[in-house]
Design a protein around this ligand. Sequence first.
Ligand SMILES: C[S@@+](CC[C@H](N)C(=O)[O-])C[C@H]1O[C@@H](n2cnc3c(N)ncnc32)[C@H](O)[C@@H]1O
Length: 281
Amino acid sequence: MFSYRHGFHAGNHADVLKHVVLVQLLAHMGAKDKPFSFVDTHAGAGSYSLASEFARKNAEFETGIARLWGQERLPAALAAYLEQVRAINRDGKLRFYPGSPQIALQMARPQDRLHFFELHSTESAVLQAYFSKADRRISVRAVDGFDALRSVLPPPSRRGLALIDPSYEDKADYGKVVAAMRDALKRFATGIYAIWYPTVQRDESHRLAGELQKLTEGDWLHAALKVSAPPADGLGLYGSGLFVFNPPWNLEAALGESMPLLARLLGQDGKGSFKLQFRQT
Ligand SMILES: C[S@@+](CC[C@H](N)C(=O)[O-])C[C@H]1O[C@@H](n2cnc3c(N)ncnc32)[C@H](O)[C@@H]1O
């Protein structure tokens, strides 16, 4: 069994980028009355205390969400993201960080459906306990998210958003992402899919966005943020990226406004940079 626990990383620069994009995608899904399904293939524990032993260990949130907290006059996408973080910190102090399930719960309407898959037994138990079984919109399953994705595609309403957010602790995850997406696009070509990946000194990480592009002739968007130069010891995360299949038409403009500021706020020693690429057919 793997050792990755998202609590160590909650609210870091990678979570910020991922959740800025996620909030935009959920807002797009919620703009029409018709129900949508949200699928989180690697859901984590749902939400996180920033005072916990996990979060305090490396205090990664201090170079992530803490650098945005309290900022004013932000571009719309960053303001919308901060509003979701504020929703679980009502007293104005940054004590909790919402994971993707919590953000989805906050943004879903009564008619929507939320599917959370999480393989780690401790995390999935937390998720099960946290998300009330009484909320019939939510299903939590302790299964392999790569396999389970196909079981919920296409969604009954034919409106669906999936977040694929593995830990990549096992380098086989890179290949599994590509295989899962190839299958998902066959089952439900018009879905919106957001794939997160880490920027690390590993060929697979640098190749992934290119391999995902090859799976579609449709629209895609790729946003990547580097927060520092590659570490001298060759190890560790120095940025991350999101690849989105079938992005909403306005996502590129929203990120175009936000990425320069994210690179400035989250960059370490002035080394922040970003890339934003897209294809609109
Ligand atoms: C990066 S974290 C998820 C964070 C979460 N999506 C968020 O944004 O708040 C990745 C999670 O995937 C879980 N995991 C690893 N392999 C998995 C698999 N094959 N299927 C489902 N979950 C898996 C890990 O236990 C970990 O909690």
